[in-house]
Ligand binder design. Structure first.
Ligand code: SAH
Length: 233
């Protein structure tokens, strides 16, 4: 199955590199994902290809227009924009959305089509959220200037979960957040560098003890750094 991802944004060039390198490219080469980046300027019904306007009620900045987004979505899908969310996730990237976490990535990776709407400037006309987007995602409690990088973050987290994208699917089972905890620490050669030694147990060859050491380390660091994860489940 190929996941079709459509990103609607005003700065498509910001997504050029993320979607053509690394894991998203690997997933695309494996036929697991297809990413289409749509330029809202090019698709704008406005004669001057404007995509934003000043806010009603005054205030600073510019607001992404609802008609521009609806028009672009309809050009791509030929279905009324407000009905798209019944068919697949239509996701608005916004600092006011649901915090993006691994379970959300896992759920999105099961879909056949994903649509992302990226704001810019002061934000987007609220009617995009009310009538067009069925889901809102925030990548964290900070404010970016646009949704493009946020969409790239979500896409990269989703792409690596798709079958065929990662070389070693086992690494997905142990990694951070997979079982509601952080992953254990890794070491590689050299065994000693500037007096900094790899824990003896890892070079002992005793796989049973290594396994329990790793489980314990994962727990210890989750308790120290992210106790909230342990309470989550
Ligand atoms: N004025 C708005 C922020 C607008 S930021 C507010 O205070 O809520 C401009 C755009 O960047 C947003 O429309 C959104 O698409 C994107 N963006 C900014 N921060 C983001 C975040 N943490 N997660 C996802 N998208 C974000």
């Amino acid at each position: 199955m190929t996941l079709e991802a459509h990103v609607f944004c005003t700065l498509p060039e910001m997504l050029a590199s993320p979607v053509s390198s690394g894991i998203i490219k690997r997933a695309a080469d494996a036929g697991a994902i297809e990413v289409h980046v749509h330029d809202l300027h090019a698709l704008s019904p406005d004669p001057h290809h404007k995509v934003d306007d000043t806010p009603y009620g005054g205030g600073p900045g510019m607001v992404l227009r609802v008609d521009v987004v609806a028009h672009a979505l309809e050009a791509a899908f030929d279905i009324p924009a407000e009905q798209l969310q019944e068919r697949f996730p239509v996701i608005l990237l916004t600092p006011q959305g649901e915090p993006f976490r691994q379970p959300v990535a896992r759920a999105l990776a099961l879909e056949e089509t994903l649509v992302f709407i990226c704001g810019r400037y002061e934000g987007v006309d609220e009617r995009i959220s009310q009538h067009i987007a069925g889901q809102e995602i925030s990548i964290g409690d900070f404010v970016l200037s646009g949704g493009e990088i946020a969409a790239a973050v979500v896409l990269e987290a989703v792409a690596r979960l798709l079958p065929g994208a990662l070389g070693n699917a086992e690494s997905l089972e142990e990694e951070s957040f997979a079982a509601g905890r952080l992953e254990y620490p890794h070491y590689t050669r050299p065994a000693e560098y500037r007096g900094w030694k790899v824990p003896d147990i890892l070079t002992s060859g005793d796989h049973g003890r290594i396994k329990s050491w790793r489980e314990e380390q994962a727990l210890v660091r989750t308790r120290e750094r992210r106790p909230d994860l342990l309470n989550d489940k």
